[in-house]
Design a protein around this ligand. Structure first.
Ligand SMILES: Cc1cc2nc3c(=O)[nH]c(=O)nc-3n(C[C@H](O)[C@H](O)[C@H](O)COP(=O)(O)OP(=O)(O)OC[C@H]3O[C@@H](n4cnc5c(N)ncnc54)[C@H](O)[C@@H]3O)c2cc1C
Length: 529
């Protein structure tokens, strides 16, 4: 993506010389230190238990607006009400800290992500995001142009792919001039350019019969129909879908497969003189940097460690039952925003509306696994492009790994040293239960096994591995989106006492969708209690 960094002969020789040495030093797998971090499944799964019957000791609380869920959508909704002049906005979050899927972590003093780790430069339809990025100084106007703060954009090189025994810049596998692979890249680029209109947020692009046709089949089936069967192209498209949607091209719809490219930067064929894609915003702690900026103005209005158990709408307000530690709180609010995954909102609402039931029933949730590997110094590398922010090994179709990002890439230190590598993997739905049942060491070893071919001494370099497991991380945009479109649209915005805000309303999950869902929930005045 960024300008190609020169690969010096010295760097190549160093890497090549180190390789046999690494093979010699590999012996018994060293014992692992680490554990599960991030989410309290006991709190979340507590929602399945029977509700308490005796609430005499519960603490009564009141708020003009109560936001439930402190992910990006909930934080954006709270911000929206504050901006509208409602001072008494309170936010309840199940975990001790806000951020949801965009939380960060700390290892040996080094910040690293636990989930979301980048924000692409938003396009015009995401105008609420653009406005906020101006507010926090990430974007500014200069001579009539919108300019991004260079310091917060990913430093080059942004991405590299390990394939054919070497690291190559970018994630698209290289293709020889005149090769069938290059021809297929060009055909796919043409298909993206000719695709119907897509936008982020997705509900701001008109839905046409062409979208309908794409929505009726998997991306894989659509590619077959186009004769786009090249292995390297398919690997890249599968990787892209797993990276954004948590599931591969044989699971997501063709709508989703094309949306990934057509709603943002398109698809560039190498050597065709296309503009390079713009670098993304990123930080050592990933999107937790954005969470901090959303949460700071809320100050004492943010209440962590609060599990919302039941929400009951009444004529004069909304009653919310909350578990806090061993005790309970009963909140009364004029307006409540449920910034929760739709299946959780359905569970806590006393009488969920039909649209919510329908939308939740149509939503398939992808599990995810994130491993933070604290290392004492950079691992041995293969020849080719030296270290980048995002490093991905080319692997067989069906592999889980999405590679890793380097938390210290954005630091301007002159010499590489200790760092945290955050490795991502999608987990098939059938293995969701195994995320709970298998010990963290099982998953840590699997992550290491996927990365060790690219970095032979990685097991020796690792000092600690902290893993975050997501049982229900995000909505997967499977075929059939149009069937739940009306239900999801009915849940957006709204002016009632109970409103909804979550990336699930888009049927897939990115920062912009979550943020805008929150803004829309706060766009109509709140109701008094
Ligand atoms: C591993 C991973 C990597 C990702 N990477 C990126 C990325 O790089 N860029 C990007 O744009 N997007 C990324 N995403 C997508 C990410 O989901 C969105 O960017 C965004 O964070 C979603 O925010 P949300 O508010 O809609 O949902 P959530 O993050 O799901 O927030 C919901 C909140 O509600 C809370 N909650 C749930 N139940 C209760 C309850 N009963 N009571 C109180 N609180 C409750 C949860 O704890 C959570 O904080 C990634 C997602 C994952 C899982």
């Amino acid at each position: 993506m960024g300008p190609r960094a020169p690969v010096t002969r010295r760097a190549w020789l160093q890497a090549a010389a180190a390789w046999p040495l690494a093979a010699c030093t590999r012996g018994e797998a060293p014992a692992l230190t680490g554990g599960w971090v991030g989410a309290s499944h006991a709190r979340g799964h507590g929602l399945r238990e029977a509700l308490p019957t005796d609430l005499r000791g519960a603490t009564p609380r009141r708020a003009a607006v109560l936001v439930v869920g402190g992910g990006i959508a909930g934080l954006a909704a709270a911000r929206g009400f504050l901006r509208a002049g409602v001072d008494d906005v309170q936010l309840l979050e199940l975990e001790d800290h806000p951020g949801g899927n965009s939380r960060g972590h700390l290892m040996a003093g080094m910040a690293c992500p636990l989930g979301a780790h980048y924000l692409p430069q938003p396009q015009a339809p995401a105008h609420e995001v653009i406005e906020w990025l101006h507010e926090i100084g990430l974007l500014r106007q200069e001579s009539g142009r919108t300019v991004a703060d260079e310091r917060q954009l990913c430093h080059a090189p942004q991405e590299r792919l390990w394939i054919d025994g070497a690291w190559h810049e970018g994630l698209l596998p290289p293709a020889e001039p005149g090769s069938p692979t290059l021809a297929q890249y060009r055909r796919f680029a043409a298909a993206v350019a000719a695709a119907p209109a897509f936008a982020i947020p997705s509900h701001r692009a008109a839905w046409t019969a062409a979208h309908d046709a794409l929505d009726g089949q998997t991306f894989g089936a659509w590619l077959d129909g186009q004769g786009l069967t090249d292995e390297r192209l398919r690997w890249y498209l599968d990787y892209s879908c797993r990276d954004d949607y948590g599931a591969g091209l044989d699971t997501v719809s063709a709508w989703a497969g094309l949306h990934y490219f057509a709603s943002r930067h398109g698809f560039s064929t190498p050597g065709d003189g296309d503009e390079p894609a713009e670098p993304v915003f990123t930080w050592p702690q990933g999107n937790a940097w954005l969470v901090q900026r959303l949460a700071a103005p809320l100050a004492g209005r943010l209440h962590g460690g609060r599990v919302v158990l039941r929400v009951r709408e009444q004529r004069r307000g909304v009653q919310v039952l909350v578990r806090q530690g061993d005790g309970f709180e009963t909140w009364t609010a004029g307006t409540v925003v449920l910034a929760l995954p739709l299946f959780v909102a359905t569970r806590v609402l006393d009488t969920p509306p039909e649209a919510l039931r329908q939308a939740a029933a149509a939503t398939v949730q992808a599990p995810w696994l994130v491993a933070n590997l604290q290392i004492d110094k950079p691992p041995l590398d293969r020849p080719g492009l030296p270290s980048a922010w995002d490093s991905v090994p080319y692997s067989a179709l069906g592999s889980r790994t999405l590679g890793y990002v380097d938390a210290m890439h954005q630091s301007l230190r002159p010499h590489a040293g200790a760092t945290v590598l955050t490795a991502y993997a999608t987990v098939p739905i059938a293995e969701r239960q195994a995320l709970l049942d298998q010990p963290w060491q099982h998953w840590a070893r699997r992550m290491l096994d996927e990365l060790t071919p690219a970095h032979p001494d990685l097991p020796e370099r690792v000092q600690r591995i902290d893993l975050m497991r997501y049982g229900h991380a995000m909505a997967v945009p499977v075929p059939g989106r149009r069937h739940s479109a009306a239900a999801r649209a009915a849940l957006r915005g709204g002016s009632g006492r109970v409103r909804f805000a979550h990336a699930d309303l888009a049927g897939y999950s990115v920062f912009e969708e979550a943020f805008i869902a929150g803004c829309e929930a706060a766009s109509a005045p709140c109701r008094c209690a």
